[in-house]
Structures are given as structure tokens and as C-alpha cells.
Write a protein that binds this ligand. Sequence first.
Ligand code: GDP
Length: 358
Amino acid sequence: SLTLGIVGLPNVGKSTLFNALTRNDVLAANYPFATIEPNVGVVPLPDERLAKLAEVFSSEKLVPAVVSFVDIAGIVKGASEGAGLGNKFLANIREANAICQVIRVFDDPDVVHVDGRVDPSSDIETINTELILADLQTLEKAIPRIEREARTQKDRRPMLEAAQQAKALLDAGRTMFQARSEVDGELLRELNLLTTKPFLYVFNADEAVLTDEARLKELRELVAPADAVFLDAKVEAELLELDEESARELLESIGQHEPGLYSLARAGFHTLGLQTYLTAGPKESRAWTIPQGATAPQAAGVIHTDFERGFIKAEVVSFADLTEAGSMAAARSAGKVRMEGKDYVMADGDVVEFRFNV
Ligand code: GDP
């Protein structure tokens, strides 16, 4: 499954956040056979639709989609030179599908900031610079080889051109993600450049920041079009120790109406380019994870590979139509249930029953 790698400067709250991420029981409850690595935190994707579906179908249980975060050993300036943990750090990032950078915006004289002051844009630049330098090394090694290949193999020429373009952009201090409309990243896929990965930014904030709309807007704009999530990592960790009522009070005291882990899960899911569709029955109401743009047979394949191979058609109703009708039968007689074929592109929140040959 796809993962987000958590990175950030030392002392920004990564471990605090990661501990909160790992202390939930979603896996134990719903995925008894999943092996969890110690450096992986799996969070449920909050989805209010599941509870409503479970009502309509009298489902015994709810199974949400999940998002996986991998804790990546701390980045330090000089990581790209292979200093200390540098090499391992870069290898771990290469395996992640997206990068989740934690940035400190909380004030606390007791917690030392590595660069001496809270400065989000400088933190972002520090991480970007290390990743850019690592990508430049990759390109400097690859370009002579691609050049040789391009002399005899015409089909390597577009790749050579893209590699040279990428090098120029990185040299100018831009990430491949920032320049994604200018270079065809597909041509460079085999190089697995780090800065191609989509970014998500988590601002570890305190109440003063969380309740300051102007400041939040400024931070959102700093990282746009990437997603920004605002939370207080220390509070997130405390929430898990509290009953529902006290948790709500604690959240309200810092001006929040839901745990930050919820918005983090949603943003992580979005950054990975994923969406969900739903199935429902007496046994369970469940959200399934598919890439945005997945077709009906691909969606069926997530349940079982046989479903993809033997796909005949999908019976689809939108969540809104289904809950408005009150039952599958009522939705059918209201003409809200569609038969979709193998070219159908799934929409988020489709409630589906697949027909297939085995
Ligand atoms: P890491 O080095 O990025 O993994 O950072 P840690 O999670 O170890 O946090 C460093 C220090 O900052 C610890 O003493 C944490 O208790 C503290 N800390 C983490 N998050 C917050 C926060 O949101 N507010 C405050 N005041 N302190 C925090």
C-alpha cells in the first residue's frame, strides 16, 4: 500500500506526532493479519458515511480505509552528502510515495530549535535543499549514461532531454514537484527522483497559532498548492488518553472541533492521490481504497483479483441517493441504481455491488 514518509528538522515534534499516529487500534480491530512494522503508523480515514450505511444495512461492523505514515530517521543538514544517517534517510524517502514534512510553529523556550528560531519557510527550504542536492547527484550520475545510450538508441533522447531540463530546474533551486508542469516526470520515472514526490505539510502549532486565522492563511499560502494540516502534536498525544467528553473539551480549549489526526489522515489520503468507494451489507460497511481515476474493474480488483478478472458489471448508487432512498430496494425503484460497465471511472463515495464470473 502507499505510504507517506514523515520528515522534518530535529525537535519539531515528529516523534510526538508519530507516537500519536501509532496509538490507535484500527489495525488490531479490522486487519488482524496485517503485519505492522514498528516505524509505520496506520490511521483510519474518518468517514461519517460508514455509520450511515451501517444503519441502512444493519451492518455488524464498520471498516474504514486507512492511511500509512512511515517514520523516517531525522534529516540533518548534509544528509545528501551521506553524513551520519543521511544515506539511510534518503533510501527510506525513496520508498515512500509522498513526503509529509512536520514543521514547528509552536513557541516553547524549553524546546531548542536547531536553527535558533521558529521559521517555517527556512525549515521547508532546508529539507528541499537536501532533497534537491540528492536528486542532482542522481542526475549527474545518470546523465552521462543516458547520453551514451541516446547516441545509439533514438528512444532514449526524450529522456536525455528531460534529464537535462530537470537538472537545470534543480540547479535553480526548484523541486521536480514544483516544476511538474515543465518537465515530463514520466520520462524520468526510472530515476525515482525524491523531489518528484508530492508533499504534505503538517504545522505543529500551539493554541495561539491555531486560533489565528491570518497566520493560518499565511502558512497555507506558503505551501500551496500542497495540502497544509494544522495540529498540536502534544495535544494529539494527550487526546488518546482521554474519554470522549474530556477529549472534546481539550480540543475546544485550543479552538478545534476534531482531532488533528483526522485532517492529517484526509490530507494524507488526498496527497497520495487516493479515493474511496463503499460496499455495504449485514456483515460490514466498508470503505475501499483506490487511486483517483480507477475504473470499475480495477476497483473490484481491490477486493479480490478474481473480481477484476471476472468483472461483468457494477451496480452503482451514489451515497447521497442511497441514503435519501433509505434502502437499496427503494433506490432501485427510484431509478437511482446504475449498471456500469468495464470503462466506468469510479466516483468518490460510490456504493457498489460487483457482478462477476468466477
Ligand atoms: P522530533 O525531534 O521532531 O521527533 O521532536 P519530538 O517529538 O521529540 O519533540 C521535541 C520536543 O518538543 C519534546 O520535548 C516534545 O515534548 C516537544 N513538543 C512536541 N510537540 C510539541 C507541541 O506541539 N508543543 C510543545 N510546546 N512542545 C512540543
